[in-house]
Each structure stands twice: as structure tokens, then as C-alpha cells.
Design a binder for this molecule. Structure first.
Ligand code: SF4
Length: 359
């Protein structure tokens, strides 16, 4: 059985960051403005570990989120990492994760991080397109990403690359191009974040002045669907699609526009299942069949059915099927669907096969 995974999140706002990424307001995103101290981190870790109890068979990691970790003062980095490393050396936690900018990685930084037991590093790539990076005020280039990954690959770390969709100047084609360049770098995993317009950011000004149009949820879902399938085809896990909803990041509170949805990933997966159903049925002599049965693993039941039965109604209408019965079958691999017509199995399809064939 897979080990249970626990993440102890430590938010490190990047105070005094010299960059002006149009979408960023660190204080809003992390929900805190005060600088975090080593004592607070230590307490936080102790408290979290006490809630987990027996650590046997559990995979615990400390994750420094919220800023460009290697861009903060070196003394602060050391102060925080020393605490995390203490717990790692005691065998209480397995991994230390942090995120940073591509231009804040070099040989000496990597040696320093490895000395403190850092095992997972995520880079905020955001886009691999020159114009998008400029328009978004990122202050680094796509070449910086390639150079950083090259250096990181010489060290025993997992590499995560984060990309954003819907940044100023971004399009579906450009987003696909970014994904392809990320795939070429073969990271251990990726995250996909749709751009949100957060209060007190430059993007908010652009939006209010009519110089930026945010993606609609539907557009963001369609783009993310293609990206998810691309990464799946390349066997690169996508560990997050959409922003973690925190109390501050609720539409109308801190997010003033953009494709925010608390279950964004599920919307994307549901769109993929719709495509899978269509793909599977289009290869069958199914038209005007009065009754079919579709089996799916419990985990993906609601994604298969879709919001307000959208997916089921779509295939019912398109293929003139009178009745569709959905059956839970937990013997099926998670993203697999099985279609049964007249009591006979006619088609089994999983998401990976669909990704391989449909894109
Ligand atoms: S997203 Fe940009 S502006 Fe915000 S902390 Fe990171 S580098 Fe600085």
C-alpha cells in the first residue's frame, strides 16, 4: 500500500522581492505579512507532527511555500533550513521542499541547499515565451529556466516546474509551446496555475484599465485539459491544476477576476472524461442503441458524469442512446472507463491511451 503523504506547509513571504511579476501579491497569496521566525517554524512542525502521531509508514515533508526561497536573505534561509534539517536528521520527516525562481539557482546555491537536506525544488517557470515573460514582468528568460534545470539535474533533487496559463500575451498555442519546452526538460512533476487577478497587483490595474482580459473558467479548463493530456502522454505527473483555495483566495474577496474554481482540477478531468466517452463511442456501432452501461472507478465517478450530468447528456444526445447506466467498478484502474453494450464489453479506455491517441 502506498505511504500516506503529509505536507507541513511553511509560508515564507518574499519581503523586498525586487521583481514585479504582474500577477503577484505575496502578502495576499500567503495570507501573512509578518516575517516568519525559526522558532515559529519549529513550533509549527512539532505541532503538526503531534497531530500525525505514529510516523510508521507515513511520508512527511516540510514545504516552504510562498516566495522565491533562494532570493530571501541568506541568513534567513539558513535559519529556516536548519530547523527543517534538524527534523529530517531525526528521521521525522522525509523531504524538504521549496520553490524559487529560475535565475536564483546556481552551483553554490544548489550546494548550500543540498547541505541542508533539501530534496525537492520547484521553479516558477510560468511561461517559456519571451513576450509573455516580458509582459508579465517576470525579469527572467526562458534560457534561465533551461540553465537552472541543467544545474539542478547534477544534484540529487526532484525538480518541479510550475507554469501559468492566461498571463498577458499568452494564448493556447503559446501555453502548449511552454508545455512542450517543459517536457523537453523532463522534470519530476509539474503544476499548472491559471492566472487570477488578485487585489493590489499590477494585473489588477491592467484589468481595470481594460488592458488585460482574464480567461473564463471554460477557456482555462479547455487549455488545461490539453496540457494535462500532453504531460500524461509524456509520463510527467501534474501534481496540481488550479490554485489552492485558501481563505483569502476566494472570488470577490482577494481575487477580483479570473478562472477561480475550488474544484478546478475536477472540471478539467471531467472535460477529459467527456472526450474519452466521445472517443470511445465514436469507435463503436452505438448509434440509436437503447441501453449502454458505463463502468468507472468510484474516484472518478463525478468527473465522468460531469456537472449536472453534462457528459452523460452529451453522449446521450450525440449518439441517440436512450438509457445510460453508470456503475461503480473499483476493480478498474482509476482513470479507466469500460463500456458495455447489450451485456457485452465493447470498449475499455484509460486516460493515458486516450492521451496517446487523441493528441
Ligand atoms: S512571483 Fe515575482 S514578484 Fe512575486 S515573489 Fe516571486 S519573483 Fe517576486
Amino acid at each position: 500500500m502506498a505511504k500516506k503523504h503529509y505536507i507541513i506547509p511553511v509560508f515564507v513571504p518574499h519581503k523586498g522581492c525586487p521583481f514585479d511579476c504582474v500577477f503577484c501579491n505575496q502578502k495576499k497569496i500567503t495570507g501573512r505579512t509578518k516575517e516568519i521566525t525559526a522558532e515559529e517554524v519549529d513550533e509549527q512542525i512539532q505541532e503538526y507532527l503531534s497531530t500525525i502521531g505514529n510516523l510508521n509508514g507515513k511520508h512527511v515533508e516540510i514545504a516552504f511555500f510562498g516566495g522565491s526561497f533562494t532570493g530571501i536573505e541568506k541568513m534567513k534561509q539558513e535559519e529556516l533550513l536548519r530547523i527543517a534539517y534538524k527534523w529530517k536528521k531525526r528521521g521525522k520527516i522525509k523531504d524538504i521542499r521549496l520553490s524559487t525562481r529560475p535565475d536564483y539557482i546556481d552551483e553554490s546555491i544548489m550546494k548550500f541547499l543540498i547541505d541542508y537536506g533539501v530534496s525537492i525544488i520547484e521553479l516558477g517557470v510560468q511561461s517559456m515565451d519571451h513576450e509573455v515573460l516580458i509582459k508579465s514582468g517576470r525579469g527572467h528568460t526562458a534560457e534561465d529556466v533551461v540553465a537552472a534545470v541543467k544545474i539542478m539535474k547534477q544534484y540529487p533533487v526532484e525538480i518541479g516546474l510550475q507554469m501559468m496559463i492566461g498571463l498577458p500575451g499568452d494564448t493556447i498555442e503559446i501555453a502548449n509551446g511552454t508545455a512542450e519546452k517543459i517536457i523537453d526538460l523532463s522534470p519530476s512533476f509539474v503544476r499548472i496555475y491559471p492566472t487570477l487577478v488578485v487585489k493590489d497587483t499590477y494585473l489588477e490595474k491592467m484589468y481595470l484599465q481594460g488592458n488585460y482580459n482574464s480567461l473564463s473558467i471554460e477557456e482555462a479548463v479547455v487549455i488545461s485539459k490539453g496540457l494535462l493530456l500532453k504531460f500524461l502522454k509524456s509520463e510527467i505527473p501534474v501534481i496540481r491544476v488550479g490554485l489552492q483555495p485558501t481563505e483569502n483566495i476566494l472570488l470577490g474577496k482577494e481575487v477580483i477576476a479570473g478562472p477561480f474554481h475550488p474544484s478546478f482540477r475536477q472540471l478539467v478531468e471531467s472535460k477529459i472524461f467527456k472526450g474519452m466517452l466521445d472517443y470511445a463511442l465514436s469507435r463503436q456501432d452505438i448509434k440509436n442503441h437503447s441501453f449502454i452501461e458505463i463502468q468507472v472507478n468510484d474516484r472518478y465517478l463525478s468527473s465522468l458524469v460531469g456537472h449536472k450530468k453534462e457528459n452523460i447528456n452529451f453522449i446521450k444526445n450525440k449518439y441517440s442512446i436512450k438509457k445510460i447506466k453508470i456503475i461503480r467498478n473499483n476493480d478498474l484502474k482509476d482513470t479507466c472507463i469500460k463500456i458495455i453494450k447489450s451485456g457485452e464489453e465493447t470498449f475499455v479506455l484509460n486516460m493515458k491511451e486516450y492521451a496517446n491517441n487523441a493528441i
